[in-house]
Design a protein around this ligand. Structure first.
Ligand SMILES: Nc1ncnc2c1ncn2[C@@H]1O[C@H](COP(=O)(O)OP(=O)(O)OP(=O)(O)O)[C@@H](O)[C@H]1O
Length: 320
């Protein structure tokens, strides 16, 4: 039997919005999440993606006990999240990229002390874990700065340390890289990859960034209008919708246009062919394309970009 850490069965959540007064009183019903059924195995890394308003945050809130489901069942770490919210809080870590869980006026190190007390972490254990996280997330230089004065990148690293201080089994991240610059995103991803490799922490993340999905997860759940529309791998998703990935090649010498490589399309050449962009379908791989290119030119550097998430979801939904 597999060890599941999250189980949802027919999970649904509606919202009723009332507006107007007296006889003009009206209400609107939104089915934010409908009949969601999935399991997540302990140790997995899952990307939960969808367009704006698809129902991702509502699902996360039900998984963490912030919102009561309208219908269906949910178990997180074997617990009913709403009924056992306190016990659950000591077993999971949650980071909302757009909302802070830290005390705004306190410096980070005081937040960590307070969280240590809330989670009842023994003094020496707290010190050890705090030192480790401060070091890995490079928090040392601003431990005494009030959270309100931190940059977004610094604050998110602080939020991550706070969420991991009690060494949770499950880390849930809602848009962790939103608004971050390329370098900060990369640092965060490297940290999460290492954290998972060392501790086996289960990861569930929502994101609009396909690179997050590619780097951090091994399974993708796609939600559209509150319903689960895909459960599989990222290459499986990309291939199902026929989306193209793009390879940007920086070449050592000016090179004629790299046309005629199987399953690729030349998107653009720049600087006399020193930089060329090829899009390629799921019928080939980046490595195969690179091997074909190497027969014609010497490659100095390369970057692969993933298709846009909104586009992939739209194609999945509309079937085009
Ligand atoms: N508290 C609420 N009251 C009324 N409607 C809500 C509430 N929270 C969410 N909704 C509605 O439920 C739907 C799903 O919202 P949700 O925030 O879960 O989407 P999301 O996928 O997280 O979107 P985003 O990517 O923009 O954060 C939306 O139509 C939203 O307007």
């Amino acid at each position: 039997m597999t060890d599941t850490i999250i189980t949802c069965e027919g999970l649904s959540r509606d919202f009723v919005l009332r507006h107007g007064r007296g006889l003009r009183r009206r209400s609107t019903l939104t089915h934010a999440v409908t009949d969601m059924t999935f399991e997540i195995e302990r140790g997995a890394a899952v990307g939960y993606i969808g367009a704006n308003g698809a129902g991702k945050s509502t699902t996360i809130k039900m998984l963490t006990g912030i919102l009561l489901p309208s219908r269906g069942q949910v178990r997180t770490c074997g617990l009913d999240p709403v009924a056992r919210r306190r016990q659950l809080a000591s077993r999971i870590g949650v980071v909302f990229g757009q909302r802070s869980a830290l005390w705004w006026d306190l410096p980070l190190h005081e937040s960590f002390t307070a969280l240590g007390a809330i989670h009842r972490i023994a003094g020496n254990q707290l010190n050890r874990r705090r030192t480790e996280l401060v070091d890995q997330l490079d928090l040392g230089p601003f431990l005494t700065t009030p959270v309100r004065q931190l940059s977004l990148g610094q604050r998110i690293r602080g939020e991550l340390a706070a969420a991991l201080l009690h060494s949770p089994e499950l880390l849930i991240l809602d848009e962790p890289t939103i608004g971050l610059d390329v370098l900060s995103k990369e640092r965060l991803r490297q940290f999460l990859v290492a954290e998972r490799a060392v501790r086996g922490t289960t990861l569930l993340l929502t994101t609009h960034d396909m690179d997050d999905v590619d780097r951090l997860t091994d399974r993708v759940l796609v939600v559209d209008s509150g319903r689960l529309v895909f459960d599989g791998t990222l290459p499986g998703l990309v291939s199902r919708v026929g989306a193209q990935r793009e390879l940007q090649l920086d070449l050592v010498a000016p090179t004629p246009a790299l046309t005629g490589i199987a399953h690729t399309t030349l998107v653009r050449t720049e600087a006399d062919g020193l930089r060329q962009r090829l899009s390629f379908s799921a019928q080939t791989t980046a490595a195969t394309v690179l091997a074909a290119v190497s027969e014609r030119a010497e490659v100095r550097d390369l970057a692969i970009s993933e298709p846009d998430i909104e586009e992939v979801v739209r194609r999945l939904y509309t079937g085009i």
